[in-house]
Design a protein around this ligand. Structure first.
Ligand SMILES: *Cc1c(COP(=O)(O)O)cnc(C)c1O
Length: 386
């Protein structure tokens, strides 16, 4: 017998229904877009809470934030016009001279921004090898470090960091932990549950999933003075997500569970197929039992391993570039987390001086037929080696 009153809808159900959205006035089951830049005061000349000017946020943006907060199990979520503007707000909120611990290799834009602030004397930074908790612990300065930055899985080799262990290291030193789990969205990894203080996602990627929005989001377990400061920075930078984009993001998130499940299945099929392939030196994918991050990933990503992988091909750097040029199904484009599969020669994209293997190809596996994806990479490898 089912007791209706006792069954709480699962997260998958709540997200598919955008939190069972129903517009009060009309009964519409999808929200309307509220593009207004300003809001009229009421008859007493009072500001109509909570919105008064769009740079502070709009109803549509808040609706998208509510869905993400639910996904993350967060107290609050805050949407920015891009992942980079969200990360910049976090770096910017630190006081001058603050010490930060960050990975040596990570998403190139975030690393470049951290290095800019460091070069300008705004912050001090110590670096560790992604996934190496001993190096992270050695880099942390108790009482001085304010922020530990973790990207897991880590671009572009998908090294896995144990978030709970990293949280212990950060908290023991009196620092906050920020995680960038863009590669495994919150339906796979709820970073706040593992002890992160701030969970960042580039919502451009899996959360939106259709390669038609740039957005970034910060979610927190606890608010407080630091969070007020970050919210203020969004207003003062004018970096709030636009209402149209927030609306697209809501629509994209409704299929998040379906899309990600399919991407994970396709990525696993690809990884298994190309592991040991004569033209592939190495497959980098935490889903492979031989991968050093496998055990932690299994615990941290809900038994699925995400849709991101890299391959190091045999031959020369030009062979790698040729493979990405010769694909017909994969798009030779940067970004990740969309329904369409992308392939990119990461060294070309990251620029000179960035430490990435010259024969590494980063693959974002979409929701297409896995047989088509395997066939496409097979033919490109054959042609590049022909
Ligand atoms: C894309 C990405 C970012 C930056 O986000 P944008 O939305 O492109 O500004 C940060 N971290 C990771 C891991 C990313 O993939």
């Amino acid at each position: 017998m089912t007791d209706k009153s006792n069954r709480t809808p699962s997260l998958a159900t709540r997200v598919a229904q955008a939190l069972h959205f129903v517009e009060a006035e009309t009964g519409a089951v999808t929200p309307s877009i509220q593009p207004t830049a300003t809001y009229a005061r009421d008859e007493n000349y009072e500001v109509r809470k909570p919105y008064w000017y769009r740079r502070d946020g709009s109803q549509t943006t808040a609706q998208a934030e509510a869905v993400i907060a639910e996904l993350e199990g967060a107290r609050e979520s805050l949407l920015f016009a891009s992942g980079m503007s969200a990360c910049t707000a976090v770096i910017e909120h630190l006081p001058t001279g603050a010490h930060v611990v960050a990975p040596k290799v990570m998403y190139h834009g975030v690393l470049a921004q951290i290095q800019r602030y460091e070069a300008n004397g705004r912050i001090k930074v110590s670096y560790y090898t992604a996934g190496d908790l001993d190096e992270m612990a050695a880099a942390v300065r108790p009482g001085e470090t304010q922020l530990v930055w973790v990207e897991t899985p880590n671009n572009p080799d998908w090294a896995v960091t144990d978030i709970a262990a990293a949280a212990d290291i950060a908290h023991e030193a009196g620092a906050k932990l920020i995680t960038d789990c863009t590669g495994t969205p919150p339906n796979l990894t709820r970073a706040l549950d593992f002890g992160a203080d701030i969970s960042f996602h580039s919502a451009t990627k899996y959360l939106n999933g259709h390669s038609d929005v740039t957005a970034g989001v910060l979610s927190v377990r606890e608010t407080g003075a630091y969070w007020d400061e970050i919210c203020k920075i969004r207003t003062l930078h004018g970096s709030v997500l636009h209402s149209f984009d927030a609306w697209l993001l809501i629509r994209g998130m409704r299929t998040l569970f379906l899309r990600v499940e399919r991407s994970c299945q396709n990525a696993m099929a690809m990884a298994k197929h190309f592991d040991g392939h004569p033209h592939v030196e190495k497959v980098l994918y935490p889903g492979l039992p031989s991968d050093p991050g496998h055990a932690v990933a299994k615990r941290q990503t809900g038994g699925q391993f995400g849709g991101m992988m890299s391959v190091i091909v045999t031959g020369t750097e030009q062979t790698a570039i040729d493979v990405s040029r010769f694909c017909d199904v994969f798009y030779p484009a940067t970004s990740l987390g969309g329904v369409e599969s992308l392939i990119e020669h990461r060294k070309t994209v990251s620029g000179e001086g960035f430490p990435v293997h010259p024969r590494l190809l980063r693959l974002s596996i979409g929701i297409e037929d896995s047989g088509d994806l395997i066939y496409d990479l097979e033919q490109a490898l054959a042609r590049a080696n022909g």
